[in-house]
Design a protein around this ligand. Structure first.
Ligand code: SAM
Ligand code: SF4
Ligand code: SF4
Length: 347
């Protein structure tokens, strides 16, 4: 039985499980200047790994055209991600063009913060970026550097968060919690971001891709995270504002703001998943744990008209019945197809 928190909105297009298409996550590149152990472990993604080459990437014009078509099918929210999306030069030009598309109400960016200077944050805001999510897994350099595996210091990510805030961008923080690696950092992170207005979101470590060596016992269930934080600062649940909200939200009873929990492993939310994902080379995935995408670049470059591409998008979404997280145990037990990697289609 699929769970739905809030009634599904009506839209022009629904999948086989009645879920509308609302969000598009666009991975702008599969390159990254970090090698987070849970995402792109260095041993696998070293100098010999083949990333998408420049000509293989969707151009900004191709992305804009696709977004226009997706908007016509009900997409109103975009998230730019990667890899590290700020590695893509002149990303603000893309944002400005996407912000002008009718029906697009919200453009967000997920970044590791390493390239988020004050000038960049200001330019992104001016171009029409609505908000930013910065990933940060620990406040301790030793732990954070062991997790990003390129020796990137915490202070520079904290500076990036300030830059975004000063540029007027609402900020959320993503912290992936992996048992034995950074679960001791849950309460210090909560303490640091309480009262700042930035929403810290704890993400259960997921079995995305095929390379991160995920084991169920590495996951710290959200329930445990809530208990640890609530034993210091009492929390109360916040009702979801809209259908398909990924994070379960809690507020501090003392008024110090909110936290979010993304519990893809312990409390899957496939029942209201309205997200499509576009890979850097233009493949459309209908699930974060997808094994095969649909090539949109080929028809774009072959000169297909809008009608033909719209028809393809409608067919793909209409046939969608993904709910990997709800079926994780069954699907993991099945040998076979490899899943797309997280850095390839973004979070
Ligand atoms: N490079 C950018 C960043 O790190 O923010 C954007 C892309 S990254 C793939 C998007 C989000 O996915 C990040 O917040 C990251 O922490 C999260 N992520 C990556 N691998 C994960 C995993 N195995 N489980 C849970 N979250 C993961
Ligand atoms: Fe790069 Fe983000 Fe993956 Fe870390 S989580 S390796 S920053 S894409
Ligand atoms: Fe959506 Fe797939 Fe995640 Fe379920 S597992 S919430 S269908 S992306």
């Amino acid at each position: 039985m699929l769970s739905k928190d809030v009634a599904a909105p009506q839209g022009p297009l629904s999948d086989k499980l009645g879920r509308p298409l609302r969000d598009l996550r666009i991975s702008l590149t599969d390159h990254c200047n970090f090698r987070c152990v849970y995402c792109m472990p260095k041993a696998v993604f070293g100098t010999r790994y083949h990333f998408v080459g420049h000509d293989g990437l969707l151009s900004f014009a191709e992305i804009e055209r696709l977004v226009r078509l997706f908007a016509g099918l009900g997409v109103s929210k975009l998230r730019l991600t990667g890899g590290e999306p700020l590695l893509r030069p002149r990303i603000e030009e893309l944002i400005a063009s996407l912000a002008g598309i009718e029906g697009i109400e919200d453009i967000a960016l997920t970044t590791n913060g390493s390239l988020l200077t004050q000038a960049k944050a200001t330019a992104l805001r001016a171009a029409g970026l609505g908000r930013v999510t910065v990933s940060l897994d620990s406040l301790r350099d030793a732990t954070f550097q062991a997790m990003n595996d390129v020796g990137f210091p915490v202070a520079k990510v904290l500076a990036a968060i300030d830059h975004a805030h000063r540029a007027g961008l609402p900020v959320k923080l993503n912290m992936v919690v992996r048992r034995g690696l950074n679960d001791e950092d849950v309460v210090p992170m909560a303490e640091h971001f309480r009262g700042t207005g930035h929403v810290l979101r704890f993400i259960e470590y997921m079995d995305v891709g095929n390379m991160n060596g995920w084991q169920p016992e590495d996951v710290v269930p959200s329930r445990e995270i809530i208990e640890r934080i609530a034993s210091r600062w009492p929390l109360e649940p916040v009702e979801p504002l809209r259908y398909g909200e990924v994070a379960k939200r809690y507020r501090y009873q003392d008024g110090a703001g909110e936290i979010g929990l993304i519990s893809s492993v312990s409390q899957p939310f496939c029942g209201s998943c309205t997200r499509a994902r576009l890979s850097p080379e233009g493949r459309l995935y209908t699930c974060l744990f997808g094994t095969a995408g649909t090539d949109l670049r080929e028809p774009l470059r072959a000169g297909d008209g809008d009608e033909a591409i719209l028809d393809l998008l409608q067919r793909v979404w209409g046939l969608r019945e993904d709910r990997y997280s709800e079926l994780r145990n069954i699907l993991r037990a099945r040998a076979g197809k490899e899943k797309v990697e997280m850095f390839h289609i973004g979070g």
